[in-house]
Ligand binder design. Structure first.
Ligand code: URA
Ligand code: ZN
Length: 384
């Protein structure tokens, strides 16, 4: 039997130049180098609790975050043939406007050339099949603190780089969220280039939603990552829908992180609330609501990753979208094993298991689509 192609579309890197920039900073996001032990990555606002000693804030950051050879070894260990790498959060959101364009070009050129170099080394003659070699592609980062014309220019440039297949973006947009009309030029450029927009959370919810900073730090990253991240994504994409982004840009393609946050589970409720407010009449306003239904958008514009660690969540993703719009991911290098560094990562094996149990052995075709062939088709990877 032929080996099943496995493509990881949710896997991050911090290029060394980016980590050097974080090392030079003292406010979130930053890297702290303790006198002893591993450096600490402090990127979430909840990481930077003054009550926690600096050497214990955030999380340890090792070479898995920046060394592409460590990524390749991780792929090998977990049976992954191709990875679509992306800069991890918070991307370039915090970079001062005048420097943003230069940073985006530097990071994106670095991602593209890393892919080229790995692909060349892995198959110098160009004769191997997709499952006999390691292949990398990338999602580019956007200079979102710069004027939107600069962002549009970078999107157009990205569409000419051979290994770039989309862009990764957080939920703040140009600073006012994703229902900001100033983003229209960016949606248009993404639509025209057909680059996939990978929408990924970073900011979570305010600490107050979880009982305040003390409660958040008591439970480590659980509340911000398990609940804050998915709700952030859900709110962001719902604001896009409500403001008519998917009515105006019907060819826009969006990949939602973590199986859409809670969107598949809440889609019916969102649609019902919209139906009862087709015109937003609250406060005497008379704004028309979105024209297309959320179900239509889920089945034409939205793709979901399969990074949800359980078959209940995956079933919701399949029911709301479709098995041919769902793609395997790992979120590497986040969520490493806590004990044995040599073992397979539970965060990865849990996702493999959830995919298998969601479809069952009799639907091997669907499993194959989620593991690799959907990504190959959607991102035009050309893997054979
Ligand atoms: N996964 C991410 O991509 N980013 C985080 O900060 C944590 C988990
Ligand atoms: Zn991620």
């Amino acid at each position: 039997m032929a080996t099943q192609l496995v493509v990881d579309i949710h896997t991050h890197v911090y290029p060394p130049s980016y980590l050097a920039m974080l090392r030079a900073r003292k406010t979130v996001p930053y890297v702290h180098d303790p006198a002893e032990g591993e450096p600490r990555l402090i990127i979430l606002s909840s990481d930077d609790d003054p009550a926690t000693p600096l050497d214990q804030r955030g999380r340890p950051v090792d070479t898995s975050y920046s060394d592409i050879n460590v990524k390749l070894a991780f792929m090998e260990k977990h049976g992954i043939h191709c990875s679509v790498i992306s800069l991890a959060n918070p991307w370039l959101d915090f970079v001062p406007s005048p420097e943003a364009q230069q940073w985006a070009e530097r990071i994106n050129n670095d991602l593209d050339s890393t892919c080229a170099q790995v692909n060349q080394t892995s198959d110098p003659e160009g004769t191997k099949s997709a499952t006999e070699k390691q292949t990398l592609f990338a999602f580019g980062a956007l200079p979102l603190s710069a004027p939107s014309s600069v962002v549009v220019e970078e999107i157009k440039r990205l569409s000419t780089l051979p290994n770039i297949r989309g862009v990764i973006m957080g939920t703040s947009g140009l600073g006012k969220g994703l229902d900001d009309p100033a983003l229209d030029a960016i949606w248009k450029a993404l639509e025209e280039t057909q680059l996939l927009l990978f929408l990924h959370p970073h900011y979570g919810l305010p600490d107050e939603a979880f009982g305040g900073p003390e409660a958040v730090s008591r439970y480590g990253h659980v509340l911000p990552l398990a609940l804050g991240f998915p709700l952030e994504t859900t709110i962001a994409v719902t604001r896009m829908l409500l403001s008519g982004v998917f009515d105006r840009f019907q060819e826009l393609r969006v990949l939602l992180a973590h199986s859409g946050g809670t969107l598949p589970f809440l889609a019916g409720r969102i649609e019902s609330c919209i139906m009862h407010e087709r015109k937003f009449v609250v406060n005497g306003g008379d704004e028309p609501g979105p024209q297309r239904s959320i179900w239509d958008v889920l089945q034409t514009n939205i793709y979901l990753d399969a990074v949800i660690y359980g078959s209940a969540g995956l079933q919701a993703a399949v029911a709301a979208g479709s098995h041919d719009r769902l793609m395997f991911g790992t979120d590497h290098p986040f969520f490493p094993p806590l004990q044995d560094e040599d073992e397979k990562w539970p965060s990865v094996t849990t996702n493999y298991k959830a995919i298998r149990s969601c479809f069952g052995e009799e639907k091997a075709d669907s499993i194959g689509m989620v593991l690799g062939s959907n990504a190959n088709r959607v991102l035009k990877l050309g893997l054979e």
